[in-house]
Write a protein that binds this ligand. Structure first.
Ligand code: NI
Length: 163
């Protein structure tokens, strides 16, 4: 990875924003081993998916997931307003979760245009939020919601750039 010059206000640009467009550069450099700790069931399920998709090993599959995640993130460097959906699966019985989620949505810098709620089971709810805002604001609110205790899964999909 090459060095990025500091911008006028002294803040360094996020290094990946430009670099991730260059997959060749992402795939260059020495191979580095690292350790990771995951719940056993999660790893077994991942191994099953790896086998179904025909990957030679976990490293290849993990590399693809990481690249996909980085590329998906690259839209954040684009300017203007975006429309995006955030799908959340959460345990509504988790103490304080509903209040924290509601408060965040009322104060979010990305506007919540609409939401859809489905009671999936006794404890689990599915919620789809439609956001409008800058890429940075939408991503920030989505990340904060996904990180909340009691949220089991979250996925942000950018539906388009608002006119
Ligand atoms: Ni519900």
């Amino acid at each position: 990875m090459h060095e990025h010059p500091a911008t006028k206000d002294g803040k360094k640009p996020v290094p990946h924003e430009r670099d991730i467009r260059d997959l060749a550069e992402l795939n260059s450099g020495p191979v580095t081993r690292f350790g990771a700790s995951l719940p056993g069931n999660l790893l077994r399920a991942f191994d099953g998916q790896i086998a179904r998709r025909g990957y030679a090993n976990r490293s290849e599959a993990l590399g693809d997931l990481i690249r996909e995640s980085l590329i998906r993130e690259s839209w954040e460097s684009s300017s203007g307003e975006h429309i995006a959906t955030l799908t959340l699966l959460y345990d509504h019985s988790c103490r304080g979760l509903l209040q924290r989620m509601t408060e965040l949505q009322h104060h979010a810098s990305a506007k919540v245009l609409s939401s859809l709620h489905v009671h999936v089971s006794e404890d689990i709810c599915l919620e789809v939020l439609v956001f409008r805002g800058t890429a940075e604001a939408v991503r920030r609110e989505a990340d904060r919601l996904i990180a909340m205790r009691g949220v089991l899964h979250g996925e942000l999909v950018v539906a388009g750039v608002a006119g």
